[in-house]
Design a protein around this ligand. Sequence first.
Ligand code: F6P
Length: 341
Amino acid sequence: MRIGILTGGGDCPGLNAVIRAVVRKATTEHGDEVVGFRDGWRGVLENDTVRLDLAAVRGVLPRGGTVLGTSRTNPYALADGEQRVLETLSRLGIDALVPVGGEDTLGVANRLAQAGLQCVGVPKTIDNDLDATDYTFGFDTAVGVATEAIDRLHTTGDSHHRTLVVEVMGRHAGWIALHAGMAGGATVVLVPERPFDIDAVVAHCQHRFDSGYSPIVVVSEGARPDGAPLTTASGQTDAFGHIRLGGIGEALARVIEERTGREARAVVLGHIQRGGTPTPFDRVLATRFGLAAVDAVHQGRTGVMVALRGTDIVQVPLSVAVAQLKLVPVERYAEAEVFVG
Ligand code: F6P
């Protein structure tokens, strides 16, 4: 068979482990040929390919980013996008495509599968917000980076008697803030799912100062005060209509400083959470996803995504996988609330 693979959306530690697993299994067990498309759907639209043989994936397992490159190109934003994708794939003799991505990339994969393409999706996002899988790879790495940052901020914050506000990624879902905030012993954790009361945030910070320590506030970039709009970095949107977020950490720090009368500083972790080498958990999950994707291709499955359920890798329909996001439920947030204030 000829299998195509692409990585789309924001990069994520573990993408290279998926590519390596697909190439290793497809080539050595099945004698397949694997064709990589550069920069997500852009590579398919523009027929920009790279041959992926065993030599091409040697040494990539611990490397962050993606050797294929990525973009947020949306074929369905173009009038002839779907037709161009199908034409390229047919011209290249691609029997099945393995798109590795989040809600947007897999949303495109779902529509292409409905148009007749053999498509097996692999879920990735550091946000961990894909509903049909227990975990996406990249999340564990991002939480590790954010937790290490919080650990470090505790010592400098306590030394200077300041509030430190840590802005982490998480557009719609607060999984990174929740896990890093719990692991790092944050004073306050703010997530997009629960608009927050600024008076309560200030009171928690004041209480922390009163007990002799300095507060750490962890805030998802998509969190917002009750009744207020999202804080955006600019008016720019991507090809899938997502506005660029950023700035909530700085805005919070200003209010906390004014109302507690103590200095407050904001730290934006941004792309540091997405870059660098994946954790062992992410390498293993990404590798298992890649192997399972090749199995699904050879079973003739299409319109499916490989997913983690407990410790098993399963297949779920792509249509179900992209139907809704996995948000932080009330009971998970309630667990974190035991430790704040
Ligand atoms: O991939 C998910 C994500 O990391 C979000 O948490 C964040 O809002 C977005 O990507 C940032 O994307 P970009 O790097 O394109 O600005």
